[in-house]
Design a protein around this ligand. Structure first.
Ligand SMILES: [Cu+2]
Length: 242
């Protein structure tokens, strides 16, 4: 057996067993001369009005008014919220720190709060049920094992760890309109755009990188970006509706 094939086989077996396969090629180091990437992600063209999602059950708890979809949030200046930026090919940089408090995904009013969030892979996520109703948390993850957990109204918290970097869509099987996005990061060079579509990635070691943007409805795009020591570089993305 060729050596590379053996190596690949060992890695894939470890992966199947659910071991944390060391993320290939990211190395932590101290960064003192880093630059900053700032930018905006905009929606190209005229955005459609937010989709109305009818509440088809549990109206006593969930309300009877349709929920406004959070999957495409475009601000007045066409800034796109919750677009995920990442330096796709960074090999070395500052260490990724786990958040001081566990991030939460709250099911409240039969909606997920927040709709999209990012945190380091391996962090414990507290999934809360603030509603007096049964929810069901289901992921369509492929790198991490998918989960499908009923969360009755008396079970106020489920703690879940997703060990590997992946962007995961979450949905509730009981209430089909409930959807969320979790971005499990492999290094600290990720950002989610704010309500104006703005983002900032700081302490980037000088060099050339591929900056990727991904949005749950609009797909992805990449741009080459050159970061210089202690300088700020501006990048603009425009994503088209499908
Ligand atoms: Cu639900």
């Amino acid at each position: 057996m060729k050596r590379w094939f053996k190596g690949a086989l060992v890695l894939s077996v470890l992966g199947i067993l659910g071991w944390a396969v060391p993320s290939v090629g990211y190395e932590a180091m101290s960064v003192t001369n880093g630059g900053t990437i700032v930018g905006e992600v905009k929606y190209a063209g005229d955005p459609p009005p937010p989709e109305k999602l009818p509440v088809t059950k549990d109206q006593k708890v969930c309300g009877s008014e349709p929920k406004l979809s959070q999957a495409l949030l475009v601000g007045p200046n066409k800034g796109l919220q919750n677009a995920v930026l990442s330096l796709a090919d960074i090999k070395k940089g500052k260490a990724q720190e786990k958040p001081a408090k566990n991030p939460t995904l709250d099911q409240k009013g039969c909606e997920y709060h927040p709709h999209a969030q990012s945190f380091p892979a391996g962090t414990t996520l507290d999934i809360l049920n603030s509603d007096d109703v049964l929810h069901n948390v289901k992921t369509a993850s492929t790198v991490n094992s998918p989960i499908n957990i009923a969360q009755p109204k008396f079970k106020k918290k489920i703690s879940q760890v997703f060990g590997k970097p992946e962007t995961i869509k979450v949905q509730c099987d009981v209430h089909g309109w409930m959807q969320a996005v979790l971005v499990l990061t492999e290094h600290p060079y990720y950002a989610l755009t704010d309500t104006n579509g703005s983002f900032k990635i700081a302490d980037v070691p000088p060099g050339k990188y591929t900056l990727k943007v991904w949005h749950e409805k609009l797909g992805e795009q990449t741009k080459e970006v050159t970061v210089k020591e202690k300088e700020e570089v501006k990048v603009a993305f425009e994503l088209k509706g499908k």
